[in-house]
Write a protein that binds this ligand. Structure first.
Ligand code: ADP
Length: 483
């Protein structure tokens, strides 16, 4: 099967979050399932062409495209995705993509991704490559299904091409003013209150994609249901409900060459279920690095996160005083919203013997915290999939999470009576319930035999891409066979 994978980010070229990880790893697993996959990405200024062996693709240069009233040109560059034989095509358009960050709040943000999507289709035409499936991801590529069924409907090359739209986070929808329809080249006739292109007075790329794509997926089964409700749908629940039969949830996988306690190069000691005691040595090193005293009987709690409303850190503020009376050490790594950064900086200042907070991005420290902590905390308000809880589970770091989205699908609440569960999870999004859950985890931690059993249940889990790639392949087949 021929799969065209289009995304706005892909590891190792450019990554701002989970989508980058998925785009960099799912295609590799699909290739192992007998798929011919080609990836399409914008050539952002930050992508290091020399380092990644990205070269100009001479056959497709200076292609003119009309975006609104402007004449724009794009060219194509290409490379092979490291660790695979997958071709990656980069859409080069310096006017649009040579900005400080991949995503901007600039006035022409819509134009940037309109150009990208049209360029993907125009490139497929010039390559004369007819994919069975175009796998689109998030709003930055969600107009492709619309284009195929409207402006490019005439082209026989796409006669049998179907589209799958994956939603990685429904909160990001690509909403622009009505004028943006002109930029897209699409018809105003679909723009009216409640119509395919309209959402609360804006032109919504994601809504259009949800309506025009052949199938839709999200990055966990629980999230696929949640987004069809008013609490989680961010205004798109209604349109999602109309496509309910076509929505599937596929849990993201993790790359076990990178996240694997048995061979992780970024942690001081490797360990598996057989030499699990090495985890304690990782804890010792981590605390040394964090300038906190080591005591194996004091549980260490880790947080690694973007600081965004989604992640639920507001729950901490009202319970900080009670929380800090409990016996634990806290290691925080993250950046984002000022109030959360300030909160954790403040905790570190007030409780230097208990708390260390690193504000910023640090991949090595992320691995060390994942390996060295006893408990991992993730009280998300919503979580489409979440990777950190999966990393924690396989590193034997027991997660305490809110039961939502991918967290609900991966963390099973520990139960004293039936000896099941690989972590602690709570339903009510309230500070009191978070506090209770942390207390519960700290209490069980004292019973080291029970704790080890919880750890081991997590470490035995298989979250590799192999399983999820098979599920995607089935989805592609369903999509291909759809009328
Ligand atoms: P999201 O995509 O919503 O940010 P995920 O849990 O799906 O959340 O993925 C986050 C990824 O980013 C993980 O690989 C995590 O380890 C990494 N990460 C987040 N913040 C940091 C940080 N400050 N330093 C290093 N890695 C981080």
């Amino acid at each position: 099967m021929k799969i065209c994978f289009t995304a706005s980010e892909c590891f190792p070229y450019v990554k701002t979050g989970g989508l980058g990880d998925v785009a960099g790893s799912l295609p590799k697993s699909l290739a192992g399932e007998d798929c011919e996959v080609r990836i399409f990405l914008p050539l952002y200024k930050g992508i290091k062409t020399l380092e990644h062996g990205i070269g100009s693709f001479d056959e497709i240069q200076n292609v003119p495209v009309r975006i609104g009233g402007k004449n724009v040109m794009f060219s194509v560059w290409s490379a092979i995705l490291p660790g695979s034989e997958i071709k990656v095509y980069f859409i080069d358009c310096p006017d649009y993509f040579h900005r400080e960050m991949p995503y901007t709040n600039d006035i022409d943000e819509d134009e940037r991704f309109i150009l990208f999507q049209i360029a993907v289709i125009e490139t497929l035409q010039r390559l004369k490559w007819s994919p069975d499936i175009i796998h689109c991801n998030d709003w930055q590529t969600s107009l492709i299904p619309v284009y195929l069924k409207t402006i490019y409907k005439w082209d026989k090359l796409f006669e049998n091409t179907k589209t799958l739209l994956s939603i990685h986070n429904i909160a990001y929808q690509g909403r622009f003013s009505r004028d943006s329809i002109y930029n897209s080249g699409l018809s105003y006739s679909e723009y009216y209150p409640g119509g395919p292109f309209e959402l609360n007075g804006s032109f919504c790329f994601l809504k259009a994609g949800i309506i025009f794509s052949d199938l839709i997926s999200t990055v966990s089964p629980a999230y696929s249901k949640e987004i069809q409700t008013a609490e989680f749908g961010c205004g798109l629940e209604g349109v999602l409900q109309t496509r309910s039969d076509d929505i599937y949830g596929v849990l993201n996988g993790i790359d076990d060459n990178i996240w694997n306690p048995g061979k992780d190069k970024m942690i001081p000691y490797n360990y598996t279920l057989k030499n699990i005691d090495n985890k304690l040595l990782c804890k010792k090193e981590l605390l040394k690095e964090a300038e906190l005293n080591f005591d194996e009987n004091i549980p260490s709690i880790g947080i690694i996160s973007r600081f965004a409303v989604q992640k639920g850190f507001e729950l901490f503020y009202p319970i900080a005083e009670q929380l800090m009376k409990l016996n634990f050490q806290l290691l925080v790594l993250g950046s984002g919203e000022n109030r959360t950064e300030d909160f954790f900086k403040g905790l570190k200042q007030s409780f230097p013997e208990k708390v260390n907070a690193y504000i910023g991005y640090n991949n090595k420290l992320a691995h060390m915290i994942t390996a060295g902590c006893d408990i991992f905390l993730m009280p998300s308000k919503y979580e489409p999939c979440g990777l950190n809880q999966m990393y924690s589970l396989i590193y034997g770091t027991v997660p305490v999470v809110r039961k939502t989205g991918g967290l609900a699908d991966t963390v099973a609440d520990f139960h004293e009576y039936n000896e099941k569960g690989n972590g602690f999870s709570f339903e009510d999004f309230t500070p009191e319930v978070l506090l209770e859950s942390i207390e519960r985890a700290l209490h069980i931690f004292k019973d080291s035999q029970t704790w080890k059993k919880i750890m081991k249940r997590g470490m035995k889990k298989d979250f590799t891409w192999k399983q999820s790639a098979k599920i995607y392949l089935d989805l592609y087949k369903k999509c291909r066979d759809k009328n």
